[in-house]
Design a protein around this ligand. Structure first.
Ligand SMILES: Nc1ncnc2c1ncn2[C@@H]1O[C@H](COP(=O)(O)OP(=O)(O)O)[C@@H](O)[C@H]1O
Ligand SMILES: [Mg+2]
Length: 169
């Protein structure tokens, strides 16, 4: 995927970011904070922004832990604002996932020291999670979340009012 890729027809992208980093744990907090700061342009609650950070952390951690062998590789993090929706993709060119449905099951892991809850957390903190993967070619995780005032049950919670990112970011 290239940074200059245009959005699909009919999808008005109000803003977007594209970050490519070596898939190393040293870059995890940068990826998480960058997406949260970007998302804070929408009226997400502080709680929402924390949820987004967890979901991005899980997706990027998976690339760091699972996608590449010792030679390493890059992780590409894209975020786009469409109206009141945030869309985040986390992508790699690594080993891919042979069985995506199995990988998304709670407690499934290929690493004995892991919990196998990354995809479950992404699903619980975001409105929608799509995983596309091809063995030997890589994985793309696409996650969407609507900002609170545009959710059916979103009333009554504190929002950041579209102000610059919360200081906790
Ligand atoms: N980007 C990725 N590249 C290769 N395999 C992945 C990737 N993301 C997830 N996986 C596979 O899916 C499994 C489940 O992921 P997850 O639910 O995050 O649990 P965990 O990371 O604790 O193993 C991983 O153990 C791994 O086998
Ligand atoms: Mg994981």
């Amino acid at each position: 995927m290239r940074a200059e890729e245009a959005p699909g027809p009919g999808l008005a992208v109000d803003n977007r970011m594209y970050l490519v980093l070596p898939a190393r744990s040293a870059n995890l907090s940068l990826a998480r904070a960058a997406v949260a700061a970007f998302a804070a342009q929408l009226p997400f609650t502080v709680e929402d922004l924390e949820d987004i950070k967890v979901a991005v952390s899980e997706a990027v951690s998976n690339v760091i832990l699972h996608a590449y062998g010792p030679a390493g590789g890059d992780v590409a993090v894209t975020a786009a604002l469409r109206g009141h929706d945030l869309e985040v993709t986390v992508e790699d060119n690594g080993c891919g996932i042979a069985d995506v449905s199995q990988a998304r099951q709670p407690s499934f892991t290929t690493c004995p020291d892991r919990m196998g809850l990354g995809f479950v957390l992404m699903e619980s903190f975001m409105d929608q999670v799509d995983v596309a993967s091809a063995p030997g070619r890589g994985t793309r995780v696409k996650m969407c979340k609507a900002s609170s005032e545009h959710r059916a049950q979103g009333g009554g919670r504190e929002t950041n009012g579209g102000e610059p990112p919360h200081p906790a970011l």
